[in-house]
Ligand binder design. Sequence first.
Ligand code: FES
Length: 360
Amino acid sequence: MTDIARPIAPVPLSGGDGPASSGAVHTVALHFSDGVERVLQVAEGELVLDAAIAAGVGISHQCRSGSCTSCIARLTSGSAEMRSGSCSLLASEKAAGHRLLCLTEASGPASFTLPYGSTSIGAATEAQAFINTIEQLASDVVRLELELADGFWLDFKPGQFIQIKVPGSDAMRSYSIASTVADLPRIELLIRLLPDGLTSDWLRNRARPEDVVSLSGPYGSFFLRAAPATIPHLMVAGGTGLAPMLSMIDTLRARPGRKPKIVLSFGCATRDGLFHLEPLELRQHWMPSLETRISIDRGAPEDGVRVGNPVAAILDGPIDPASVAYLCGPPGMVSAARDALEAAGLSPENIFAEQFVAST
Ligand code: FES
């Protein structure tokens, strides 16, 4: 597999606007979850993310345009607002003080908390991979199994995503990894097929086993946190939002010692759209502390499949307020799940979310 090790095009990782003025300079403190504080001097009109990158501070980011939410942080004091324009933050997240640092300017001293440690975010790397398998799992879901070519490696945390360069275009598309680091060099992705999607068209019409794709990663601050096995884990997944949950569950399963109680609530729109039911059932056998609740929005209930949404299903039982929660799926589902779990007593700091938004 060494014969394909050729130079690859650089992945466009930049894109933020530069400093806009030479006026006042503001002190911005970044507080990481491991207790480390980094202090930046941010010029009036400069984006906080740009200042952090220039200072060599490891901040999760990817699109630098407000769409991926990788650079989310919470403003805890001071004044810092986001530039107007496209922003994928949920209304509830904004209300809770969250900001996207790639859009945020400071207008005075400010402090932010980051939902990860000061050394959690490593540099993304570029790699090439072969297609091992393209498998249709449901009416609109494909499992794409890649295998890194010789000479390439990509470490990641369970829950993070990679970008692949869609062959035949310059477009990059982001997909959460469904497999674990232990599975490397194999990488598994679950991809939702869209009627006019670029990746969907490639998968339907041109992608073949043994083809080579360029990718980069890992990205994102949505990953499994270190938590004692006594802390229950709640997971709410909509559609291909199941992918990062599989990576987290399999990572927890592989760890020695006591396993945490995990409730996974997984939902799809219709019965045709449901997938991975057998692998989920197997995981329940392998790890008795895992409980799965499967939902469809519409259709007739059947054995093991309830009608309703995955947010209602996660609430269908006692909720320990000390739980840690992971939410991944469409923005509406993520917002509803966050609201419901906060209302059930979970701390906002213990709720981690990734929204899936279709690229255009
Ligand atoms: S880097 Fe994507 S929203 Fe900020």
